[in-house]
Design a protein around this ligand. Structure first.
Ligand code: PMV
Length: 300
């Protein structure tokens, strides 16, 4: 059995595609895969009742990505993979990365391949490319490693140990988010306004540094402010929607210390920071949306 976790990005999505660091936190929900020897290779996605065979020339990205994963193992028996998905797809929670990580993890275990979670996450980038074009790599690394991480393309990933547990509320707008389209929208705006782009990326970089200090010192008010400031930048990049604005405003009215889009935006989820776990439950209950509370442990 293999597992890939979901994630929320606390600060720095999109800017991370352009070389700025970002901070992600793993969530407990994720994707579980079971690999078994079989007559032929197949992938079964339980929640959607869909089956795929590996096929490098298929129109279906899942069939091509599955083919790529399997062909990275030599001298293996045919495998059947059964997948249980406990994350909404297209919601900014890293569902596709979690799927790739869970499959690789399950095949590794079935074949006795040993590798670290960091190495597993790095290999899963190949899988992500079938769905998101040129992903930064944050989703696959966060999915494999869990905990709170500072990720920057081309640099070793760093774990951050928050000085105190974080109580997060994740709420779904009910609108789908398309990462590839949103990344293209941001890249287009950055290309059109290079001086503004430089300033904006510098500002996000400073926010990520502030957020890391806040996490390390347990300063949740400062962390909340960083989330709000990051949301304003994401909104200026046209990544928000009236529904996402409504959810962020409602979370703040319920006392959230900060609230923002998480992930690609244009739909998907928001993440809000609460004072403690009871407060997080109250915020979640006050939102007219599908939501869950995530406790990010200080020991992660
Ligand atoms: O695919 P999502 O919504 O989990 O977001 C991924 C984060 C982005 O920064 C928008 C894209 C990337 O590859 O880093």
């Amino acid at each position: 059995m293999g597992f890939g976790g979901g994630k929320v990005i606390l600060v720095g999505e999109h800017a991370v595609v352009h070389g700025v660091p970002a901070i992600a936190a793993g969530v407990r929900r994720g994707v579980t895969a079971i690999a078994q020897c079989a007559e032929e290779d197949s992938l079964h996605l339980e929640p959607w009742g869909r089956t795929f065979r590996p096929d490098a020339s298929s129109d279906e990205p899942l069939a091509r990505a599955f083919d790529r994963i399997l062909s990275s193992y030599r001298d293996r028996p045919p495998l059947r993979l059964d997948v249980r998905v406990d994350l909404p797809p297209g919601a900014g929670l890293g569902c596709s990365a979690a799927l790739g990580v869970s499959l690789l993890d399950a095949v590794d275990k079935a074949l006795g391949v040993q590798r670290s979670r960091a190495a597993l996450g790095a290999v899963a980038l190949e899988w992500e490319r079938f769905f998101h074009g040129a992903p930064s790599g944050i989703d696959n690394i966060a999915s494999a490693m869990g905990g709170v991480l500072c990720f920057r393309q081309g640099s070793p990933v760093r774990r951050i140990s928050p000085a105190r547990a974080l109580s997060l509320v994740v709420a779904h707008s009910g609108q789908p988010s398309n990462t590839k389209d949103m990344v293209a929208l941001v890249s287009q705006q950055l290309a059109e306004r290079p001086a503004w782009a430089r300033r904006m990326l510098d500002e996000v970089h400073a926010l990520v540094l502030d957020a890391e200090i806040a996490l390390r010192h347990g300063e949740i008010l400062a962390l909340g402010r960083a989330l709000d400031r990051n949301h304003r930048i994401l909104r200026s990049l046209r990544l928000s929607t009236p529904r996402l604005e409504e959810l962020c405003a409602a979370a703040r009215s319920a006392g959230a210390l900060g609230a923002k889009i998480t992930g690609a935006g244009g739909g998907g989820c928001i993440v809000a920071l609460a004072g403690d776990s009871d407060h997080a439950i109250r915020i979640a209950d006050s939102l007219d949306a599908e939501s869950f509370v995530e406790e990010v442990s200080s020991a992660a």
